[in-house]
Design a protein around this ligand. Structure first.
Ligand SMILES: CC(C)(COP(=O)(O)OP(=O)(O)OC[C@H]1O[C@@H](n2cnc3c(N)ncnc32)[C@H](O)[C@@H]1OP(=O)(O)O)[C@@H](O)C(=O)NCCC(=O)NCCS
Length: 163
């Protein structure tokens, strides 16, 4: 199974908002509050204009599959990932994450350290990251929720930073 990808555009706003605002995605976010559409559009404009952000939309023959965002800062590429609600649980997240990491390496080289913060209850996301070679390097509390900090095993081994 291979997916195609392209950079997100402003006219993806409604699609990305639907994925970001669905109940499961909100439950798995540090801030579970619903996102007003106008806020989302302003946020998307800023992200698309940022040289430190890559926002990729993945599709297959049946249509849009999901999105991966990398926010790069100080040698770390923080990952945000979501699959369209109606397409979850079929292995697409695992495939999409692998392909997105390939895009990241192709553009930025091997020097960046991918990192994800996953709430401890988000079993599906934890399994997806582990399946793609990520390991726990620390934990973090935000807004009263506990997240596991995950990095690829090779990067984690070299890391002095425990998130
Ligand atoms: C998290 C997410 C991206 C995973 O993508 P997905 O396509 O649904 O996941 P996959 O089908 O690739 O499955 C990933 C793993 O979870 C397992 N899994 C699938 N459904 C599951 C469920 N309901 N509960 C627990 N594990 C589940 C799969 O078996 C697989 O594990 P394995 O490889 O060890 O067998 C997707 O579910 C999603 O968008 N969730 C909402 C947003 C979110 O939580 N984003 C991540 C924030 S850190």
């Amino acid at each position: 199974m291979a997916l195609s990808w392209r950079k997100a555009r402003l006219d993806d706003a409604a699609l990305l908002w639907r994925w970001a605002n669905d109940a499961e995605t909100r439950r798995n976010a540090f801030d579970p509050a619903p996102i007003p559409y106008a806020d989302h559009v302003g946020w998307l404009e800023r992200r698309l204009a940022s040289a430190a952000t890559r926002l990729l939309v993945f599709s297959d023959e049946a249509g849009p599959v999901g999105q991966v965002r990398f926010d790069v800062d100080d040698g770390v590429a923080e990952i945000d990932i979501a699959i369209a609600p109606e397409r979850r649980g079929h292995g697409l997240g695992t495939v999409m994450l692998r392909e997105a990491l390939g895009c990241l390496r192709a553009e930025w080289g091997e020097g960046l350290r991918p990192r994800a913060h996953v709430l401890a209850h988000n079993e599906r996301s934890l399994r997806m990251f582990r399946r793609c070679g990520f390991r726990e390097v620390g934990t973090q509390e935000r807004h009263g929720a506990r997240a596991l900090v995950l990095e690829p095993a090779a990067a984690a081994k070299d890391s002095g930073d425990r998130g």
